[in-house]
Ligand binder design. Structure first.
Ligand SMILES: O=P(O)(O)OC[C@H]1O[C@H](OP(=O)(O)OP(=O)(O)O)[C@H](O)[C@@H]1O
Ligand SMILES: Nc1ncnc2[nH]cnc12
Length: 173
């Protein structure tokens, strides 16, 4: 089976007009999970990087196995108020809502080369916010790998000049 065959699309979730691309339908199949991690990890072959950053919560699902396989640290980006030590934070907008993302200040050092892993790009707001966090700590984002991308939401317009790849690209929203 191809990776896109594992994804169930749920209309009008979590609100009318959104077609939800359900990553859990990949995860609940052992072959789907392997294929997703392997295909995303392949996109990092030949890339020189120091650590993987992934956002709560679906970014954790793929970020951790890829970091583990490639023997790199994994740095979580979390929603407001969850991290126990000193953080830097940024406001961001989502396809449905707004919020604040935070990262531990001591987790990334100036000059480090960072890869961002997440399940899906919608508006690109989350990725842009993570780039802001990483750059505010003096580090560089060398690549982002998404499993899925909703091209109709034009997230790449926010990420001009950055190396962004996805495994499955949906034409619409
Ligand atoms: O490109 P964007 O418009 O920023 O949207 C994409 C983000 O939205 C989803 O996470 P969400 O914030 O819904 O949190 P979750 O992973 O905990 O469900 C998804 O996992 C991405 O991180
Ligand atoms: N349409 C969508 N499907 C799955 N996750 C999302 N996160 C933001 N938009 C989404």
């Amino acid at each position: 089976m191809k990776i896109e065959d594992y994804v169930l699309s749920i209309p009008d979730f979590p609100e009318p007009g959104i077609v939800f691309r359900d990553v859990t339908s990949i995860l609940q199949d052992a072959d789907g999970l392997h294929l997703a991690v392997d295909l995303m990890q392949e996109k990092l072959e030949g890339i020189d990087f120091d650590l993987v950053v992934g956002p709560e919560s679906r970014g954790f699902i793929f970020g951790v196995p890829i970091a583990y396989n490639m023997h790199k640290p994994f740095i979580p980006v979390r929603k407001e108020g969850k991290l126990p030590r000193e953080t830097v934070s940024v406001e961001y907008e989502l396809e449905y809502g707004t919020g604040v993302l935070e990262i531990h200040k001591d987790a990334i050092k100036p000059g480090q080369r960072v890869v961002i892993i997440d399940d899906l790009m919608a508006t690109g707001g989350t990725n842009q916010a993570i780039i802001n966090l990483v750059e505010s700590l003096g580090a560089t984002v060398v690549k982002t790998v998404f499993l899925m991308e909703l091209k109709g939401l034009k997230g790449r317009d926010k990420l001009v000049g950055y190396d962004v790849e996805s495994i499955i690209a949906y034409e619409g929203k």
